[in-house]
Ligand binder design. Structure first.
Ligand SMILES: Nc1ncnc2c1ncn2[C@@H]1O[C@H](COP(=O)(O)OP(=O)(O)O)[C@@H](O)[C@H]1O
Ligand SMILES: [Mg+2]
Length: 369
């Protein structure tokens, strides 16, 4: 540990306390029971029993008096049970909107959205309340939304358990604090804690009602890199040891590098995807590795056959307008600049030659007629 990092944040001092903290058998069992209880219901046959999130052509329009914002423009994503997915994308690309839809905090405008076998378009208000209480847990960048600053860590975690099934309140709260490596701070007030510590408490709170799906919106947005790593370890532990499906939104590229599946969003759509090549377990041990070595990159093809081509790629072949040429060559789809007349297409002829040939053919046809 380097000298200058020592003062950064106590919660980040040592992520090993997280990796080594033992999850009590009772806590494990209580999660498993909660999982067994909420079975998938009527959509199981349709979706397959391994799907946690399925969105098809998901659209969200925010209407205000003056404007309409198309925040999600036909988003497609499938997340299986037990997956750990990071969503990255620039500000305004619709990440929070998407997470809020999955979390049942807001309703989508069109498309399909299923979570844990429930059709989120069809839930009544009271079913939605139940969904938010029992199926999903939410962690925000800014904890003010679910933490009480003048209560202790323990009291904060106890609250949602009391509102939930109200069983073994203190015992479960202590177990959860232990799980996030904060047992030693159980009697500290929230306003006496660092950002990273508060964030761990927020995670414990999100777990109070044993969600199957944990959603986190920029959970490391306001902490330093080491704290961010430690928080990632917490999420990873929840994922591997308790089987909680995790979707985390971030613009922290370093963090995204350490997650197995990374989905990129652009203009309210999923634009591309990276899947880590190495074994999951190894990834936590790797720090500062080059991304090319660790992820395979995929572009997302939507139902209508549309693909989003990154601007950099288009720029590199000199595309300025909105025309490109596509051909199939040797089992590959080749895209070239549509305005570039000198580019060769099939049969070795240039685009210009092709144009002339087609013109000649048209003339011939006219003559024949
Ligand atoms: N409640 C809202 N009302 C109107 N527009 C919104 C609302 N929430 C988000 N938007 C707009 O939707 C787009 C996507 O926003 P958001 O999901 O917050 O993006 P991100 O989280 O990726 O930064 C942005 O253009 C944003 O201004
Ligand atoms: Mg956001």
């Amino acid at each position: 540990m380097s000298e200058d990092n020592k003062t950064v944040d106590k919660a980040s001092m040592d992520a090993s306390d997280i990796r080594e903290s033992v999850i009590s058998q009772e806590l494990r069992d209580s999660f498993m029971q909660a999982y067994a209880k909420n079975t998938q219901g009527e959509l199981e046959d349709q979706l397959g029993d391994n799907v946690m999130i399925l969105c098809e052509n998901l659209v969200k329009i925010y209407k205000t008096k003056e404007t309409e914002v198309l925040a999600l423009q036909g988003l497609e994503l499938k997340v299986e049970k037990g997956e750990f997915v990071a969503i990255i994308g620039s500000s305004g690309s619709g990440k929070s909107t998407f997470l809020n839809m999955i979390g049942g905090l807001d309703r989508p405008s069109a498309g399909k959205l299923y979570v844990d076998g429930k059709d989120l378009f069809k839930l009544t208000e009271s079913q939605l309340v139940d969904y938010k209480k029992n199926t999903v847990g939410f962690v925000w960048q800014n904890n003010a939304r679910n933490l009480f600053p003048y209560l202790t860590a323990l009291q904060n975690v106890e609250l949602p358990i009391r509102f939930g099934d109200n069983k073994d309140v203190e015992k479960r709260a202590l177990d959860l604090l232990n799980l996030v490596g904060m047992l030693h701070k159980k009697d500290s007030k929230l306003n006496q804690m660092s950002g990273g510590e508060q964030q761990r408490i927020a995670i414990a709170i999100a777990l109070a009602n044993r969600p199957k799906l944990l959603l986190a919106d920029e959970p490391t947005g306001s902490v330093d890199q080491r704290t961010s790593d430690a928080l990632l370890d917490v999420f990873r532990k929840l994922n591997t040891e308790l089987g909680i499906t995790i979707v985390i939104v971030t613009h922290d590229i370093n963090l995204a590098k350490k997650v197995k599946r990374v989905v990129m969003m652009r203009d309210g759509k999923t634009s591309s995807e990276r899947i880590v090549k190495q074994e999951y377990a190894d990834v936590s041990l790797l720090k500062g590795f080059a991304e090319e070595e660790t992820h395979d990159e995929f572009a997302i093809l939507d139902r209508a056959g549309r693909v989003q081509i990154p601007r950099e790629m288009l720029d590199s072949i000199g595309v300025k307008g909105n025309r490109i040429r596509m051909t199939v060559e040797d089992g590959k789809i080749v895209i070239v600049n549509g305005e570039d007349e000198s580019v060769e297409s099939e049969g070795g002829e240039t685009a210009k030659e092709g144009k002339l040939r087609r013109k000649d053919r048209r003339k011939d046809k006219e003559k024949e007629a």
